[in-house]
Design a protein around this ligand. Structure first.
Ligand code: UDP
Length: 236
């Protein structure tokens, strides 16, 4: 039995680097595709947003002298590169997918609209939403909240390299403890850096629960879908 029928899976671009310093690690990409195939076989409708941090981030660019808007546009293009890579990897394991883009760029991807996205999901194909929101000054976390709300997903699954939300950064503070669940409000009051505030607020205001979990451990995505108690659930 699956706990969620329609999901929005957010993958970070940075995780796609695997052991590398830049770009795409084919092993990690293949593992992601395999994990997605596992839940696709369970009949889950899957929308995906993937970040671009393994290639370019607008804010980092701006700190090096790039124009912020152009830098963000470069970041959005980076997410398109990752989306194409993921779509290709899914194809290699026999899962059909369609890349939709937030800005027009046919024939690289089809221009996004909600109904095309839902048609894709109902046809049993994976929908990959690329180019974030299409606007500078946003992140792919906000892009995933937006697309998750639009496609009426049951949950947003935020795959990271950490296995949930902690009281402090567990990679820096050994005394940090993990939350099994937490409210959006507590994220604000504790000042936890789970996602940017715009993304968190969109989920809160539209009642889209989030599960933060470790996607880099193979098999975890299926566990979350089957309702196993891993990661942290964020709710109102
Ligand atoms: N970006 C943007 N608008 C969006 C989504 C993304 O301008 O709606 C740009 C932004 O520059 C960001 C980059 O794309 O730094 C890559 O996305 P993000 O940093 O969210 O990727 P991740 O950290 O998940 O790899």
């Amino acid at each position: 039995m699956v706990k969620y029928k329609r999901i929005l899976l957010k993958l970070s671009g940075e995780s796609l680097m695997g052991e590398k310093q830049y770009g795409i690690d084919e092993t990690r990409l293949g593992e992601y595709a395999q994990q997605i195939k596992e839940i696709h076989e369970l009949g889950v409708q899957i929308g995906i947003v993937i970040g671009g941090g393994n290639i370019f981030r607008g804010l980092t660019g701006a700190s090096k002298g790039f124009d912020r808007v152009k830098g963000d546009q470069m970041g959005m293009l980076a997410t398109v590169i990752n989306s194409l890579a993921l779509s290709s990897a899914l194809g290699s394991v026999g899962v059909k997918s369609r890349v939709l883009t937030a800005v027009r760029m046919e024939p690289i991807g089809e221009f996004y609209n909600k109904w095309k996205a839902i048609e894709t999901l109902e046809a049993g194909e994976v929908a990959i939403f690329s180019a974030g929101t299409g606007n500078p000054f946003f992140t792919t976390d906000t892009g995933s909240s937006l697309r998750g709300i639009e496609i009426e997903a049951d949950v947003m699954l935020k795959g990271t390299r950490v296995d949930g939300i902690y009281t402090a950064d567990p990679e820096k503070d050994k005394t940090a403890t993990k939350f099994k669940e937490i409210t959006y409000d507590e994220i604000y009051t504790r000042g936890l850096k789970v996602m940017d505030l715009t993304a968190t607020t969109m989920c809160k205001e539209n009642n889209l629960p989030i599960v933060v979990f470790d996607m880099d451990t193979v098999g975890n995505l299926k566990k979350v879908i089957e309702g196993e108690d891993i990661g942290t659930l964020v709710h109102n």
